[in-house]
Design a protein around this ligand. Structure first.
Ligand code: FAD
Length: 411
């Protein structure tokens, strides 16, 4: 809650942020890293280079200003960011540094329009938000029984190629102690030194295995150099090339709020594309174990069978669910954009082309379903809209984005 004095200035900032938000966030990061180069070890420097972090911060500032008194809209967004911050090891002392450079960036970009009253209003709004983050992050660190930034050393006990581009890593604790429980859908951050940049970088990977195992499994897509000439992904390539059985990795506790609501018993509908299959596999295992009578619809889109990770594992779960004595709990639907001749011969996918939800039978997309989406942002935008068009309510749909979140559903 901000004061009545500050309120009109924040309201007046909404259209300004729409126009200058990216300029402000770009200026902010440049100032921040100039003054505090050590923070490059916490921030994702590839997202700085490709511009997605600047876009995400601009959209967050806009959403904050536009919803400044709308706690119902802001609370879930704050809770999601808190989870990410804890996986990155953000500490309370980072907030004044960020606040200082953010206000300076607003001043620099808006020039004379950044009156003392406007800057004071933003200082107040930032402090209110920072206090909320610090309080929630403190609670979450305490619940994990770790100090901010503390990572766990784990050993790679198994490495398995799952598809042309995805490899799974099985991680166990080095001290042999049992791992803390996680909820299917959560992720861990992996820290890796990138020698070329002389930086440590953290990347998030969803846990892709069942929740009751003595190991944590992540399944990592190797991000190759693309046709536009963008460089190969740093951490995914390092993991594929250098993380072998016996090697140690530093990882965060499991974080994230993209988890199944345990109180809902209506059909679970998991819709994913590409490497977005990872949290869905964990949710599928979790659901079959914890609520074995609950129906699950698993819809998955990928290029072809060579790009279908964890396919055999899914087939085994499916086959088990089809045993005569079992009720048909699991239904799958695979869309291959460009199936190969081998795929056609095997006949183990359901449709060629893109996954188009408006063309699917309503038995796969029940009205009362509990929906989870994960995949590239364009994929999720299209599928979310298609679900809304089919009469599925917005509060029945949850989504996870594998990158900085643009808060488009909040505006
Ligand atoms: P980066 O080095 O971070 O590069 C990312 C992109 O930026 C690349 O496309 C690269 O070409 C581009 N880029 C880099 N530099 C430039 C430049 N100078 N100009 C233009 N473009 C540039 N991934 C998985 O594989 N499996 C998962 O289960 C998974 N779960 C996730 C869960 C969450 C909650 C989140 C947020 C992400 C998840 N990710 C997952 C994605 C993962 O965290 C990484 O983003 C991914 O592995 C790429 O990291 P990287 O270091 O290899 O690539």
């Amino acid at each position: 809650m901000i004061s009545a004095n500050a309120r009109p200035y924040i309201d007046a900032s909404v259209p300004v942020l729409r126009e200058y938000g990216v300029a402000i966030s770009t200026c902010f990061y440049a100032r921040l890293f100039e003054a505090h180069p050590e923070l490059k070890n916490i921030f994702n420097m590839a997202n700085q280079k490709n511009g997605s972090q600047q876009q995400a911060l601009a959209s967050a500032l806009f959403a904050y200003a536009a919803n400044i008194d709308n706690a119902d809209a802001l609370t879930p967004v704050i809770s999601r960011i808190v989870q990410k911050h804890v996986s990155l090891g953000i500490r309370a002392e980072h907030y004044p540094i960020v606040g200082h450079h953010l206000l300076a960036a607003i001043g620099e970009v808006l020039g004379k329009s950044a009156t003392p009253e406007l800057i004071a209003a933003w200082a107040e709004a930032y402090d209110a938000l920072a206090s909320a983050f610090i309080g929630e992050e403190k609670k979450l660190y305490a619940s994990h029984q770790i100090e901010p930034g503390q990572l766990r050393e784990m050993v790679v006990t198994h490495k398995k190629k799952e598809s042309q581009t995805v490899t799974s890593f099985y991680l166990e604790s080095v001290d042999g102690l049992p791992l803390p429980a996680f909820q299917p859908g959560q992720y861990i951050s992996i820290a890796r030194n990138v020698v070329a940049l002389n930086l440590r970088q953290l990347r998030q990977y969803s846990l892709s295995g069942a929740p009751d195992q003595p190991y944590w499994r992540i399944s990592v897509k190797r991000e190759d150099k693309d046709e536009q000439g963008n460089p190969a992904g740093m951490v995914s390539n390092l993991l594929h090339a250098e993380a072998n059985v016996g090697d140690k990795l530093w990882v965060s506790p499991p974080c994230g709020d993209f988890v199944m609501d345990k109180n809902i018993r209506t059909p679970l509908v998991l819709i994913s594309a590409g490497v977005g299959i990872t949290p869905m596999m964990s949710m599928l295992h979790g659901s079959l174990q914890q609520t074995p009578a609950r129906h699950v619809h698993f819809l998955y889109a990928t290029l072809d069978g060579h790009h279908h990770p964890l396919k055999a594992e899914l087939a085994a779960l499916s086959a088990f669910q089809k045993l005569p004595e079992q009720a048909a709990i699991l239904t799958t639907h695979f869309a291959y954009a460009t199936p190969t001749a081998e795929d056609r011969a095997a006949n183990d996918f359901d449709q060629s082309g893109y996954l188009e939800l408006d063309k699917l039978d309503s038995s796969l997309l029940p009205k009362n379903g509990d929906y989870y989406l994960c995949g590239p942002s364009v994929f999720m935008r299209i599928q979310r809209q298609a679900l809304l068009d089919r009469g599925i309510a917005a509060n029945q749909i949850r989504q996870e984005i594998f990158g900085p979140a643009l808060l488009e559903n909040l505006q």
